[in-house]
Design a protein around this ligand. Structure first.
Ligand SMILES: Nc1ncnc2c1ncn2[C@@H]1O[C@H](COP(=O)(O)OP(=O)(O)OP(=O)(O)O)[C@@H](O)[C@H]1O
Ligand SMILES: [Mg+2]
Length: 250
């Protein structure tokens, strides 16, 4: 029981089932997944296209609801919340990074970073945000607009924005999907540092074994089920594991 008592869980799903559609066209995107995302760790979710990665992330983050089973952020069961409380939870306790950077073009870098806080009327922790600006290396770009930045720099703004409210967990869906390998590497290094230096939790969906190798642990999905977990991943080990799935499927 020692590990159970010392390891906090930032987010988890239990017996998660998600069915899209009804009747003949129904798709069982999640088919009984139980997985926990430990606090203070960087977890990658991998698996073939259509295996349910984004669905798992969306349901774990409270962006979508499960057909059956339960999803928790900390000790809060998302299914027990009404719409208003779910909105507050997403705003105050969860951060998001998507493949498309989703920055507001008319706002500066600094304004984009604090936008969620400004919208919520929260003052935010200025020291935290200041430190964050250095973690993401945007100090000399604070007054630029997104169109004046490279793709990698824009995604670094999106990462800073995701962490601005000190969320318990940041969910990222293919955050490096639109970036070249060098900028992608910078963003991944940044997520890693955010976890290490600020004791945050990151859950990232990726196709890329090199990206997954930045995580502490990889969980593998196939056909809506959790099929494996791997600690201390390397790109080679992840690639081998993915190839093994393909051999089984073909
Ligand atoms: N809104 C939706 N309506 C109907 N079916 C959906 C919907 N979203 C996802 N699906 C289906 O659920 C399954 C899992 O989709 P999901 O997007 O979670 O996969 P993924 O692992 O993220 O794939 P990719 O790597 O291509 O992003 C797929 O068969 C997909 O077609
Ligand atoms: Mg996806």
């Amino acid at each position: 029981m020692t590990t159970a008592t010392t390891t906090r869980t930032a987010a988890r799903v239990v017996d998660a089932v998600k069915v899209y559609g009804v009747g003949d066209t129904a798709v069982r995107a999640l088919d009984g997944v139980s997985v926990d995302f430990p606090a203070g760790r960087f977890t990658a979710i991998m698996g073939p296209s259509g295996s349910g990665k984004s669905t798992l992330m969306h349901c774990a983050a409270g962006l979508d609801t499960l057909t059956s089973g339960a999803a928790y952020i900390g000790d809060t069961e998302l299914g027990s919340l009404d719409d208003r409380r779910l909105t507050l939870l997403r705003r105050d306790r969860v951060g998001f990074v998507f493949q498309a950077f989703n920055l507001v073009p008319t706002l500066t870098v600094a304004e984009n970073i604090t936008l969620p806080l400004d919208l919520s009327g929260a003052r935010g922790d200025r020291e935290w945000i200041d430190a964050l600006v250095d973690v993401v290396g945007l100090r000399d770009r604070l007054h630029h607009r997104p169109s004046e930045l490279s793709g990698g720099q824009q995604q670094r703004v999106a990462v800073a924005r995701a962490f601005a409210g000190r969320p318990e967990v940041v969910f990222a869906d293919e955050p490096t999907g639109n970036l070249d390998s060098r900028s992608g590497g910078e963003v991944l290094g940044l997520l890693r540092r955010a976890v290490q230096q600020t004791d945050r939790t990151v859950v990232m969906v990726t196709h890329d074994p090199v990206a997954a190798a930045h995580a502490d642990e990889v969980v593998f999905l196939a056909d809506g089920r959790l099929v494996d977990r791997m600690d201390s991943p390397t790109a080679e080990k992840v690639l081998d594991r993915l190839k093994a799935f393909e051999d089984v499927r073909s």
